[in-house]
Every structure is written in C-alpha cells, then in structure tokens.
Design a protein around this ligand. Structure first.
Ligand SMILES: [Zn+2]
Ligand SMILES: [Zn+2]
Length: 242
C-alpha cells in the first residue's frame, strides 16, 4: 500500500533536482551535475557582509572597505553565477516558491552555526513594494524569512519594514546617492515600535546580495528604530571586487 502511495506521489511530484529540474535519484538534495557545478561560499569571508575575500588578514571586502556597513555580520551560501541564476530567477519571478525550503536548507546546513551564534531574536525580510507584491503574488524574501525563522526557532516579522517607493530614479551619481535614495524607499513600521525597547536584534534576509546598498538602507532603519544589532543573510552573493 505504501508503495502505491509513494508511486502516486512520484507521478504527481516527480523527484526533480531543485536547481536544474532534471529527474534525479531519490534521497539526494540536488543532482550530481549541480552538486559539482554550484559554487558555495567558502572561508575566508568578509567580516561584515560574508562575501568571500582572498585572505583572512583582509577582514573586509572591497565594498565594505569603501562603504562601511552598519550591520554586525553576514552570511550567504552560493556565489551568484550562471549555475544558480536560473533557479534564483524561477524563485523570484516564476512562482517556484518551493525553492525557499532548498535555499534555506543549504544556508542553515552550511552557515547555521554562525547564524545561531549571533543570538538574534527575529528574522525580517527585505520588503517589496505592494504593487510588486500584487503583480508577483509574493515577496521572495518573505518566503525565505519564514522558513529561516522556523529553522532557527526565531520570531518572524514580515512587516517590520515597509517599502514605500517601488522604483528609484534611474540616474545614480554615486553609491552614496543610491543609498540615500534607497533609505527614502523604506520605512520602519510604527506598529512594531515596542519590539525595539528590549535590546532586540534581527537577522535581515534577502535573496541576492551584491553591493549591499539595499541591505544597508534596511539595516540603518532597523538600528535607527532602536534595534541593538542587525545581521544579514542572503542565498546568493556577488564575488568581491579587488
Ligand atoms: Zn541539478
Ligand atoms: Zn563585505
């Protein structure tokens, strides 16, 4: 009987590799080809954002040296390249929400120890504007934050930050100008003011981290609202410039 149920399930939900979607052997997280080709973040990493750096003495990556960040640490799991990109695009734009479990599983398996050592109280997603959410049907960062909060046994506050502006002016003169504009695009939700009076700290999560401008804008808002510490994590991270 169990076998019948199992094969019925397999017809409905073929065992696909979550990354390339090819049918794969049961019991494997991803297919052997993807296991060989995906690039995982390895130590040493930037003390602030978690981007791989060439030597531990460097401590900070190029972007964090040029634009010091307000957050207190960060971790990511995959280097953002053409191998992981299609899965990330499917997750972000094509409603493959199921990938949240795989992505967070990989993040927690590889970085969970460090993330638990932060002693954070809550998980907060980088918000999207309501127009984008309506169009897409979901906020991909919120899918991630929910699974992460469950896995780390932390509170989940998907509406702690609100995105008030959907699009930013195209012409950005400098990273500083971009950051200033981004800061105006988000707001701390006043309904949660009470959370900030208890020395609380948060893990902020987004799908992809590149220069860190978006995370930095959100981190500054959380700290300005009174949170004690902010940590960041992402599923994919860009390679550091030298
Ligand atoms: Zn695969
Ligand atoms: Zn960095």
């Amino acid at each position: 009987m169990q076998n019948i149920i199992k094969s019925a399930g397999e017809i409905l939900f073929p065992r696909q590799c979550p990354v390339c979607r090819k049918v794969q052997a049961y019991g494997k997280k991803i297919c052997p080809a993807c296991a060989r080709s995906l690039s995982y973040v390895e130590e040493p990493v930037c003390f602030q954002c978690g981007k791989p750096i060439s030597s531990p003495e460097q401590e900070l990556c190029f972007d964090c040296r040029i634009f010091p960040k307000s957050f207190h640490g960060g971790r990511s799991v995959f280097l953002y390249n053409n191998r992981i990109k299609p899965a990330m695009m499917d997750f972000k734009y094509k409603n493959r929400r199921i990938l949240a479990d795989f992505f967070i599983g990989e993040l927690v398996d590889r970085q969970g120890e460090v993330m638990s050592s932060w002693g954070a109280d809550m998980v907060v997603p980088v918000p999207v504007h309501r127009n984008k959410r309506k169009k897409r049907g979901y906020n991909q960062a919120e899918l991630l934050s929910k699974v992460l909060a469950d896995r780390l046994n932390l509170s989940h506050y998907p509406n702690l930050l609100i995105r008030t502006q959907d699009t930013l002016p195209q012409k950005m003169f400098s990273p500083q100008a971009r950051l200033n504009n981004l800061q105006k695009a988000f707001r701390f939700n006043p309904e949660y003011k009470h959370l900030c009076s208890h020395n609380a700290s948060a893990i902020l999560i987004d799908d992809i981290y590149t220069t860190g401008a978006t995370m930095e804008a959100c981190s500054r808002l959380l700290l300005a609202a009174g949170l004690k510490k902010v940590y960041i994590c992402s599923i994919c991270i860009g390679v550091a410039r030298e």
